[in-house]
Design a binder for this molecule. Structure first.
Ligand SMILES: CC(C)C[C@H](NC(=O)CN)C(=O)O
Length: 653
């Protein structure tokens, strides 16, 4: 048996310092790149919103599917250490490729500030993204499991703390990068022309990935490294296949029943392998309902209301989650869980996960309540059988307008009438209406022709100044804008003679009047749910996995997230309920239903100590651990030669 002597500090193996720093840098790299990815698609590659978000979601889903590949490589072939190194190299190459693809000067032959060969930039960035997805997903199940491997049996308390610290590092990395990379992008840079600095915004995450790799290699001498025991995944598949086939062959009632269907592999496969497969399958079965949590989590409940009310940008709102995680993980670990334990309650991991799901459901109920309040402040939007018509009177006296058949609108001179009807009319909406007799230039807008309108233009909240110009003439006016509001400004022909005084403001939609404090509970609830569900799930997946399949079970855990993301995409395609609050309540109810199912499944789950079970099976077989490993390899070889299924021999009982 191999015994590792590891250097310790305060009861923790020193090697985990390198692993958590590596995770921090890697998450900085990943989230930093993600924070500017959609902006790059929209404003550099000039993709429309739909294409940009679809490719973005496909990329994220891929990042959570590739862990299966990484886990197979690690547990069956290279081992976790080498897998992390090789896939981190692939990852770093991907980040560098991505950063290069954002340099507009490479193809900007005519030096007009925009790339001339979009195909080149698209191809390079797609190659970069595929490599990144392969790298980040591939190493993800290995790093957490490799971290867990550093602990000895007597360090189970420290092991649990490690997973919490690991989660803190994930979120610290994501917080910093989400704050920094959008700022880097906003800088101007370039060789021939100065443009938004995407190369810097993608380049810094690339550098962080290289640092992450260097830090990981630096700890090389201190790690506990376990080599894979042959091609375990292949053995697992063959063993499961044989159990199914053998069960089918003995389907007659004359054959005695066996305790577990995997026991039908007893004739040919090693008992230890069968015991290990049983452990993994039991946990994977338990994971079936879990994607529903991620489906709600990834919908990012109230991002729009919250950003509106806090006065922040949606980009910056991505920082709320990691900030809350950094606060809540220590509170839960140091205060809430010990307190619950002191009260004599058994708050087992699966109970925590169930409660976590209920918290997420409550977040959605809270979002629904807020949405109902917001809806009260909104104007009546036309239903599917209605449309809205806005009529602007730029004539000098009151006008009577008749809309067929007999509906009348009375419009004051230079006034606006919003009219909702059960018929179909074209909607006229605008931000500025030019009633002046010539073209006008308005700050930050293109010039408007006489009697023409601008589109709605987004402006920041608060007081804003506008300058109107026509040739030498100009005037200035300011208005205060509230979030969620929309206005139309009517510019009369006398605009310059009265120094912008006669500009009429029409409030098309009232500003948001729901207090921001109402939004806090939902963020708090969903993040509390995440801490209970996700941190516990990470620990649980490690603790319940047999030694040779730790990465595989981590990958299974991450897959629940991938499936959750895919459900989000499907739901988005299927369409929405007419009322947003109803949709929130529907999701909350679904999650409550799923958490009830999960709690029933959890009730029947027996927590195990994989090492103990493995030792017990070995003892039953009268084998020392090393002999056992040798035996497994021999079995593998024998198995390869054994082509004739009819000649099944009883190898070992
Ligand atoms: C454990 C999650 C699937 C992903 C995790 N995300 C967060 O911690 C977000 N708060 C990650 O590893 O990025």
């Amino acid at each position: 048996m191999l015994v590792y002597l590891t250097a310790e500090c305060c009861g923790y193996p020193i090697s985990i310092f390198f692993i958590v720093v590596n995770e921090f840098c890697e998450r900085f790299s990943y989230y930093g790149m993600r924070a500017v990815l959609v902006l790059y698609f929209r404003y550099f590659l000039l993709w429309d919103d739909d294409l940009a978000t679809s490719i973005y979601h496909a990329f994220v889903a891929l990042c959570y599917l590739t862990p299966i590949l990484g886990a197979i490589i690690a547990d069956s072939w290279l081992g976790k250490f080498k897998t992390i190194i090789y896939l981190s190299i692939v990852y770093a190459i991907g980040q560098v490729t991505m950063a290069i693809s954002t340099i507009h000067d490479i193809t900007d032959a005519n030096r007009d500030g925009t790339p001339d060969n979009f195909t080149f930039h698209i191809a390079l960035s797609m190659l970069g993204l595929i490599l990144i997805a392969l790298g980040t997903g591939g190493i993800k199940p290995c790093v957490a499991a490799f971290g867990g491997d550093q602990f000895q049996e007597h360090q189970s308390r420290q092991l649990n703390t490690f997973f919490s610290v690991f989660y803190l590092c994930i979120n610290a990395g994501s917080l910093l990068s989400t704050l920094i990379t959008p700022v880097l992008r906003a800088q101007e840079c370039g060789i021939h022309t100065q443009q938004q600095c995407y190369p810097l915004a993608f380049g810094v995450p690339a550098v962080l990935m290289v640092i992450s790799l260097v830090v990981f290699i630096a700890g090389s001498g201190m790690y506990v490294k376990t080599d894979p025991e042959g091609n375990i995944m292949w053995s697992v598949c063959k063993c499961i296949g044989f159990a199914i086939k053998n069960r089918f062959r003995h389907r007659s009632s004359s054959y005695p029943k066996r305790e577990h269907w995997m026991d039908w592999a007893n004739e040919k496969y090693d008992k230890l392998l069968i015991a290990q497969i049983k452990m993994v399958l039991k946990v994977l079965f338990l994971y079936i309902p879990l994607p529903m949590f991620w489906t709600l989590f990834d919908q990012k409940v109230s991002i729009c209301h919250f950003s509106g009310l806090l006065g922040g940008l949606p980009d910056q709102m991505q920082t709320v989650n990691p900030i809350l995680i950094l606060t809540l993980v220590p509170i839960m670990d140091r205060l809430i869980f010990p307190l619950i334990q002191k009260c004599g309650l058994n708050f087992s991991p699966l109970k925590r996960m169930t409660v976590g799901m209920l918290f997420a459901a409550m977040a959605f109920v809270s979002a629904a309540l807020v949405q109902i309040e917001i809806d009260k402040t909104l104007p009546n939007f036309p239903s599917s059988s209605e449309s809205q018509l806005k009529v602007v009177n730029t004539y000098s006296t009151t006008l009577n307008v008749t809309i067929s058949p007999n509906e009348h609108l009375l419009i004051e001179s230079f006034g606006v009438q919003l009219h909702t009807s059960k018929h179909t009319y074209s909607t006229i909406s605008c931000m500025f209406v030019n009633g002046y007799t010539a073209d006008l230039n308005i700050t930050n807008l293109d010039s408007i022709e006489p009697s023409a309108t601008t589109n709605y233009t987004l402006v920041n909240q608060g007081k804003r100044d506008f300058v109107l110009r026509h040739g030498e003439q100009w005037c200035e006016f300011s208005r205060k804008f509230g979030f969620g509001a929309s206005y139309t400004f009517l510019i009369p022909s006398t605009v310059f003679s009265d120094d912008c005084e006669s500009i009429t403001e029409v409030e098309d939609m009232k500003p948001n009047s729901v207090h921001m404090a109402l939004q806090i509970p939902q963020y708090f609830l969903i993040t509390t749910g995440e801490v209970m569900f996700s941190v516990t799930g990470l620990q649980f997946s490690y603790s319940q996995a047999p030694k040779n399949m730790k990465s595989v079970l981590q990958a299974g855990w991450l897959c629940t997230n991938a499936v959750g993301n895919i459900i989000v995409l499907i739901v988005a395609e299927l369409g929405k309920l007419p009322k947003q609050w109803a949709e929130y309540l529907l999701f909350a109810s679904l999650l409550v239903a799923v958490s009830i199912i999960f709690s029933i499944m959890a009730y029947f789950y027996t927590y195990i100590d994989p090492a103990e079970i493995e030792a017990q099976v070995r003892k039953e077989q009268g084998l020392e651990p090393e002999e056992m490993e040798k035996e497994t390899l021999e079995m593998e070889e024998k198995d390869e030669d054994q082509k004739n299924e009819q000649g099944v021999k009883q190898t070992k009982i």
